[in-house]
Design a protein around this ligand. Structure first.
Ligand code: SAM
Ligand code: SF4
Ligand code: F3S
Length: 465
């Protein structure tokens, strides 16, 4: 049986979809796929598109790996622990493959886009059948075709310049939808693996995005999340003069009751025009995720972030001067190579000054192939953990104080589910992306409700309709 793959010898994606669908139609019962996406929202959105391709090929879906004829893990490489989780999962799934040799096991995404990882899977996880990188959406059908025609191991991890279009994603939610507006990243922050695995920035055509959002709103979707690694550089590669603020204003013209959110924005590209659009457009939820990463100019320079703390704070001032309570959240990295105690104090100082509603904080993780991976680092793991604890404690304090501003106010919330701990309560998100809990009937899930806030805690506010 062939071990390697000659892509040129395979039928096109369209013909492969057709061939696999015919193959599946000949089975005694509909095959089921189990798909799990790790990582960021963009990866989860990709996972929904992968499900779209699988559905086109005749697969149904299951949440139970034991029922599945095909298991697909769509992976993340952003930190080492994300990769460790995947290796752990692949080890635990080996038994299923031994019990059912016809089971097809696929691993795709950012982690497998790295040649050393694909090699490790090839050598140490030989029960895996198909390995694809970040071009999985456009390549999965061909790989399945190859597998079904006797190829024991199909791999293609080449980073493509594809913009997958025309695939109808199988969306998890019936009222919240992710819409990728661009793929890839050109920024090369020195700690980050994303530009290596996702390729260069490429923007979808505005008319495709606008049509997709219009269709979603017409189908009752209440929250549209525009996604990209760096949404505010949207359009730089297009020749039609389109940019992110203009796209936002175009989307805002769509009629209906819905919110638009977006992430992530790079501070260097957060222009006054973008912030004006955010403040002025009626559909845009009043919240901005603006990852600062660190509060020291020396570290920001070594990170290649291309802004200073003062420039970042100017952008915060711009938006807060127009709306003093404007909700901001951020990403922070603790323990970047050679981060000094003073550098870290700078991060705490930015947190105290900006008073974020929430921060997503990560201990620096060395990523092979990035520039930071070879930078000297004298800071110990114990120091990094201690800094992380201090950062979390400070943010808890800030969140508790910030949340008090909602007390006694009535705020608009998109109800999105039942509380896990108290099933009589519903949960939802406010425009500021605050988690809100309130008593209500399950029929309200997927609708906007007005909640009067009566109690606030760290990370959660509660009230009644
Ligand atoms: N493109 C987005 C931006 O620039 O804000 C972020 C995308 S990245 C997937 C999400 C977050 O992961 C980053 O903002 C950063 O805080 C964190 N991150 C990325 N690489 C990391 C690393 N090597 N170690 C720890 N955290 C990392
Ligand atoms: Fe990574 Fe920086 Fe690109 Fe964000 S902007 S994906 S942190 S390289
Ligand atoms: Fe991870 Fe890739 Fe997203 S590395 S965070 S899944 S872009």
């Amino acid at each position: 049986m062939p071990e390697t793959l000659d892509l040129n010898a395979l039928p096109s994606q369209e013909d492969s979809v057709k061939a696999v669908r015919e193959w599946n139609a000949g089975l005694p019962q509909q095959p089921l796929a189990y798909v799990h996406s790790f990582g960021c929202q963009l990866n989860v959105a990709d996972g929904e598109s992968l499900c779209g391709v699988l559905q086109e090929m005749g697969y149904g879906f299951t949440q139970d790996t034991a029922q599945a004829s095909l298991i697909l893990y769509h992976t993340c490489a952003v930190r080492e622990n994300a990769e460790d989780r995947v290796f752990g999962t692949l080890g635990s799934i080996k038994r299923l493959k031994q019990e059912n040799p016809a089971l097809i096991l696929c691993v795709t995404g950012c982690m497998t886009a790295q040649p050393q990882i694909a090699k490790k899977i090839r050598e140490s996880y030989r029960h895996v059948d198909i390995v694809l990188g970040t071009s999985a959406v456009s390549r999965l059908a061909q790989m399945l075709y190859a597998h079904m025609h006797g190829m024991r191991y199909a791999q293609d991890i080449v980073t493509t310049t594809d913009i997958p279009e025309g695939i109808v994603p199988v969306r998890e939610s019936r009222f919240k939808a992710s819409v990728p507006i661009m793929f890839g990243c050109n920024n090369f922050c020195t700690y980050c693996i994303v530009p290596y695995v996702r390729g260069r920035e490429r923007s979808r055509l505005p008319e495709r995005i606008i049509d997709e959002v219009r269709g979603l709103v017409a189908n009752g979707y209440k929250e549209i999340m525009l996604l990209g690694q760096n949404v505010n550089s949207y359009g730089k590669d297009l020749e039609n003069g389109m940019d992110f603020p203009t796209l936002l204003r175009e989307l805002d013209k769509i009629e209906g009751e819905f919110w638009i959110r977006f992430m992530s924005s790079h501070p260097k590209d957060a222009t006054p025009e973008m912030m004006d659009a955010l403040l002025e457009c009626k559909h845009l939820a009043k919240h901005l995720h603006l990852p600062v990463q660190c509060g020291s100019d020396a570290v920001l320079e070594r990170m290649n972030r291309r802004y200073t703390v003062a420039q970042y704070l100017e952008k915060v001032d711009y938006i807060r001067s127009r709306d003093a309570e404007f909700s901001l959240t951020t990403d922070l990295i603790v323990g970047f190579p050679d981060e000094s105690a003073e550098d870290f104090e700078g991060t705490l100082a930015v947190m105290r000054q900006v008073r974020y509603d929430n921060v997503y904080s990560f201990i620096y993780s060395k990523r092979t192939g990035t520039k930071a991976a070879v930078m000297p680092d004298a800071t110990t793991d114990a120091e990094k953990s201690e800094r992380m604890q201090r950062l979390l404690a400070l943010q808890r304090e800030i969140s508790v104080e910030n949340n008090r501003r909602f007390l006694g106010r009535t705020i608009r919330v998109l109800a999105d589910g039942q509380s896990r701990k108290r099933p009589e309560m519903l949960t939802g998100r406010s425009a500021e992306n605050m988690l809100v809990e309130f008593a209500g009937a399950p029929e309200l899930i997927g609708t906007f409700v007005d909640v009067e806030i009566t109690e606030t805690h760290n990370g959660l506010i509660t009230g009644h309709l």
